[in-house]
Design a protein around this ligand. Structure first.
Ligand code: SF4
Length: 516
């Protein structure tokens, strides 16, 4: 792990003990008198919503097996850290959190510390070796093993976990043959993590889930893994080949969620626009959205992580045709210079993207468009960066994120020459964000006076004098906020309810509204 071993060594080395050989089966280590009560399990979920769904599945499996879930790490018998390993800063955050939680074994109730998720796929045996407080590790394809890892249920219970060998796509098989999913370059650091089987797990509608999101919204993971060859990305090695959940399973889960009070559903996957291709479905995402729109109790349905060249006319027509399907597209473009995109093995460029964006806006009126870019990719020239800046000025995105390129061992870009210095990468990132800030400011100002439906989230996290909510233009957690500072005397606004509101003021990214 990048800075893990160095952080953990030193003063903490004296606590070192030999890690158990078996990575998952850990007995109940509580005092005999305590064993009569359910084990209390605390979760820390890091990273993206896809990882959050994995945490929700593990919590569901544990709750069904009789564990009590707690939000207080100091009360937990077992602490699970579900980690992220996307880029180095995410790995570092994961390691810091593991070490912080390890402290509860010394000072709190905790008898066990379990590490799950992407960091395990990357550094499986190194985690055990360098952080001896960790009792077990659970990879992204082994969620069912959380039961025996925590000691909540015996290893035999894992046999009931919903492991199925899922079909793959010819594109993924071809990429596998070319070495896209190979973890060999990690072998010298963490042989077991590097050489373990690629994850091939996906939950279904029968898998229990404990939602960690507010009661009115939920994510549904419709697919897992990724077959694309992007040279900066190690997600395919961490999450395996692309595979979709069965159509009926997604619908059944959405129906169940709607019955339990969920009003907004966000479909996720590494690439949602490939949904269904592995079982021969064309326009699978559009068909799925259409079917979900027929579930009465759902009010908003959206999807994230569209791949640019997979956005079909049918998908756009479907978004435009149904009021419940949010007029919202999240299309990470990563760059706009054709030469940089070629090195990223993504294809496309500003000209193609602008045509495609024009079509999206033509077919879907009032479309909210989000994207993200990577700046400082190896060999990114000033001219390529300028092409990106010009493109951002012209495309006028509603929301945009800019990420600094981060070198990842195992990614094809790792061996590319002409690396950009971190300082220059940061300069470029800030510059790109400053262009977007002005665009965002102008776009938000143009919304003043307009009316929208608002899903009230509750008290503002920033001040209890304001309420906070979202419109169709705001995906959960990633976009700006709508602060509510006024509502009619006769109503008591309730979180999870929809209200008609009018935008009264705008900031760079956030809006202020009053409930009508
Ligand atoms: S499409 Fe996304 S997840 Fe897949 S390889 Fe590219 S960046 Fe990674």
């Amino acid at each position: 792990m990048p800075a893990a071993s160095s952080i953990h060594s030193g003063s903490r080395r004296s606590q070192k003990k030999k890690a158990p050989e078996n990575s998952v089966a850990v007995a109940d280590r509580r005092e005999p008198a305590d064993r009569a009560r359910p084990q209390k399990v605390g979760f820390v979920s890091l990273g993206c919503p896809k990882n959050l769904v994995d945490s929700e599945v593990m919590m569901g499996l544990l709750a069904r097996a009789g564990a009590e879930l707690t939000t207080r790490a100091e009360d937990a018998d077992v602490i699970v850290v579900n980690t992220c390993s996307f880029i180095e800063s995410a790995q570092q955050e994961s390691v810091n959190t593991i070490l912080e939680m390890a402290g509860h074994k010394a000072t709190g109730n905790a008898k066990k510390l379990i590490v799950a998720g992407c960091l395990v796929e990357r550094f499986r045996d190194q985690i055990r070796k360098d952080i001896p407080e960790v009792d077990a590790v659970v990879g992204t394809g082994e969620l069912g093993k959380i039961l025996s890892a925590t000691g909540v249920a015996p290893a035999a219970a894992n046999a009931n976990s919903p492991f199925v060998v899922l079909p793959s796509r010819p594109e993924g098989d071809a990429r596998a043959a070319q070495g896209r999913f190979s973890r060999d370059s990690w072998a010298h650091e963490s042989p077991a993590g590097a050489l373990g089987d690629l994850p091939n797990y996906l939950y279904d509608d029968t898998t229990p889930r404990v939602l960690a999101t507010p009661r009115h919204m939920a994510y549904i993971k419709i697919a897992e893994g990724c077959d694309h060859p992007c040279t900066f990305c190690i997600i395919p090695q961490l999450r395996g080949q692309f595979r979709s959940r069965r159509f009926e399973s997604v619908i059944a889960e959405a129906e169940k969620l709607a019955q339990s009070g969920v009003r907004e559903i966000t479909l996720i996957g590494q690439d949602t626009t490939c949904y269904g291709e592995d079982f021969g479905l064309q326009d699978g995402l559009a068909l799925l959205l259409e079917k979900l729109a027929s579930i009465d109790a759902l009010r908003w349905i959206r999807f994230l992580y569209a791949y640019p060249n997979k956005i079909t006319g049918k998908l756009l027509d479907t978004i435009a045709a149904y009021e419940k399907i949010c007029s919202y597209m999240d299309v990470p473009l990563q760059h706009a210079s054709p030469s940089a995109l070629k090195r990223m093995k993504r294809g496309g460029g500003a000209e193609v993207f602008l045509k495609s964006i024009a079509k999206m806006r033509r077919v879907v009126p009032d479309l909210t468009l989000r994207t993200s870019f990577i700046v400082g990719f190896p060999g990114e020239t000033e001219q390529e960066f300028e092409e990106l800046c010009d493109f951002v000025r012209e495309a006028q995105f509603d929301w945009m994120g800019a990420f600094s390129y981060s070198d990842q061992a195992g990614a094809a870009a790792f061996s590319l020459e002409k690396k950009i210095s971190p300082r220059e990468i940061e300069r470029r990132r800030k510059h790109l964000m400053s262009i977007q800030r002005l665009i965002s400011k102008k776009k938000k100002k143009a919304l003043v006076g307009r009316e929208f439906d608002l899903l009230l989230e509750g008290e503002s996290e920033e001040t209890d004098l304001l309420l906070e909510g979202r419109t169709q233009m705001h995906a959960p957690e990633i976009d700006g906020k709508v602060f509510v500072n006024d509502f009619p005397e006769e109503i008591t606004p309730k979180p999870g309810e929809f209200y008609r509101c009018q935008i009264t003021a705008a900031h760079d990214y956030d809006l202020v509204a009053r409930i009508l």
